[in-house]
Design a protein around this ligand. Structure first.
Ligand SMILES: [Mg+2]
Length: 178
């Protein structure tokens, strides 16, 4: 890990869902229905990143109705559910958007995320992940899973004051046709 976050020029943010956007727990009611928890701070932070003209992508190994909710709520530029190979998914995105690995970042929290955390020069984990995941990431965010992780990332990418303004209205770059 190093402490230098090279955020200038970041065009897309990839987020894992469980344990990054959520706190990684699933609540099961008596009829077997599942629910998950997201902080409003993190919801706001996703839109803050989008308003800054940075594309949002979700990469999740899950394929549940909760994925439908996330896709509807955030209207991300990229969404891959049931994703078994996150490096391959990001490579596909980079190819179609004509971006380099330096222009994207990723936040993950589990062993499934380790290959992508190691692959990207701007990779992040929440502060409460296991040591074996933490060593794979370039940076550790000052937030626990589901408790302001995206907000912490937005504070780095889109600072309120100083550096680049977070109030811009740039649109994400459009995907180019192959
Ligand atoms: Mg996860």
């Amino acid at each position: 890990m190093d402490d230098t976050v090279k955020v200038a020029g970041i065009k897309a943010v990839f987020l894992d869902i469980d344990g990054v956007l959520t706190d990684g727990t699933v609540l099961i009611d008596s009829s077997g229905g599942e629910s998950k928890r997201i902080s409003f701070d993190d919801i706001d932070a996703v839109f803050r990143i989008k308003r800054a003209g940075i594309a949002i992508g979700f990469l999740t190994g899950e394929s549940t109705p909760f994925c439908d909710y996330v896709q509807r709520r955030f209207e991300p530029e990229f969404f891959e559910r049931g994703c078994k190979d996150k490096v391959a998914a990001v490579k596909t995105f980079l190819s179609s958007w004509r971006l380099t690995i330096e222009q994207v970042c990723f936040v993950g929290d589990s062993l499934h995320d380790v290959p992508l955390l190691e692959y990207l020069p701007n990779s992040f984990v929440p502060m409460d992940v296991s040591d074996e995941v933490k060593v794979a990431a370039r940076h550790v965010l000052p937030a626990r899973r589901g408790e302001g992780v995206v907000r912490a990332l937005a504070s780095i990418l889109v600072p309120i004051s100083g550096g680049k303004s977070g109030t811009g209205s740039r649109r994400p770059p459009r995907a180019r046709r192959k």
